[in-house]
Design a protein around this ligand. Structure first.
Ligand code: PBG
Length: 325
């Protein structure tokens, strides 16, 4: 009458056992919070497609950082919005550039906070591409020098870690060399290694005013159809000196995270990008999903796939939710 069931997987799902057999866990230590900084004073302007995220002037961003630190968040990544753009993106490495000023100011008051900077030219070039443009083509090798110069200027301003997101070939090596030649051997590199040409960046490009004026980024960002390339890019970045490798976006690329973790057993970061954030925000506003539960489940899936660090616009909420539990 009864089936002869010796194996009953349900046994370990009892509430008193469940926690003991948990394989992955999300912690506030995993989180990196992205911040958008702008020139000026008294500016806290909400980004329409990314509710709860703002353009901050440096006077006001300090209050936000105090909140983050109080929540136990240990790392931020800075994105700058410059006052003016030109073909080379020279404000990316300007001594008084917005990210450089932000690093100085933040590290002065919060020396313990890990300050990471995004290294790219697209917010700074008038054409919106991540490298130098010649005859409608993004030129790889001449761009490397500018990226290295940008990374060095961030390090000089106090950045602890630089994160190249441009996807030019050889940028990690060029940046490592630039940093070392200038005495910044201790500044680490988190490489956007497997960065896909993704539609999930839409809200960010509104936020950072960095959409390409013409064409798209498919000549340098990876094809969503491919995974071999992700392995190749990551191997090169590690060879060139990356300390942490990143997969971006995260949610549609969990297979890539897993493959990279298994292949290299290296610290892996996942970028829970703007589009992934905004989809959940919009559905939450409609009352269609439970925001807290869905966000925690989503980030946990990244951990399960092999992620060590998560860059997420939900970091503050997550820190609060984890504290409640
Ligand atoms: C700059 C950069 C982008 C993002 C991070 N750095 C945009 C892009 O490559 O087009 C996207 C982040 C997000 O969508 O949250 N190259």
């Amino acid at each position: 009458m009864f089936p002869d069931l010796i194996k009953r997987p349900r046994r370990i799902r009892n509430s008193n056992i469940r926690d003991l057999v948990k394989e992955s866990q999300l912690s506030v230590d995993d989180l990196i919070y992205p911040l958008f900084v702008v020139h000026g004073e008294g500016i806290k302007e909400e980004i329409p497609s990314m509710p709860g995220n703002y353009h901050w002037s440096l006077d006001l961003v300090m209050d936000e950082i105090e909140e983050l630190v109080d929540l136990g968040i240990k790392a931020v990544i800075l994105f700058g919005i410059p006052e003016s753009k030109d073909p080379q993106g020279s404000n990316a490495w300007a001594e008084e550039g917005i990210v450089q000023q932000a690093c100085q100011k933040i590290k002065e008051k919060y020396p313990e906070l890990l300050v990471i900077t995004d290294v790219c030219l697209c917010q700074y070039t008038d054409h919106g591409h991540c490298g130098i443009l010649e005859d409608g083509k993004v030129k790889n090798d001449p761009t490397l020098e500018l990226l290295a110069q940008t990374a060095v200027s961030h390090a000089r301003a106090g950045a602890d870690m630089v994160a190249p997101s441009d996807m030019m070939d050889g940028r990690v090596g060029a940046i490592r060399q630039g940093l070392d030649e200038n005495g910044f051997e201790d500044v680490s590199i988190m490489a956007y290694s497997a960065k896909y040409a993704s539609s999930f960046y839409g809200p960010f490009r509104d936020a950072a005013h960095s959409a390409p004026q013409e064409g798209d980024r498919r000549s340098y960002q990876m094809d969503p159809a491919n995974s071999r390339e992700a392995i190749k890019e990551t191997a090169l970045d590690i060879e060139e000196g990356a300390d942490i490798v990143m997969v971006k976006p995260a949610l549609s690329y969990l297979d890539i995270i897993k493959e990279i973790k298994e292949e290299f057993n290296y610290p892996v970061a996942a970028y829970n990008v703007s589009g992934e954030f905004s989809l959940i925000k919009a559905a939450t506003e409609k009352g269609w999903v439970n925001e807290k539960e869905i966000v925690l489940e989503m980030l946990l899936s990244m951990k399960r796939a092999g992620t060590d660090l998560i860059l997420t616009y939900f970091a503050k909420d997550v820190a609060e939710w984890l504290r409640e539990e």
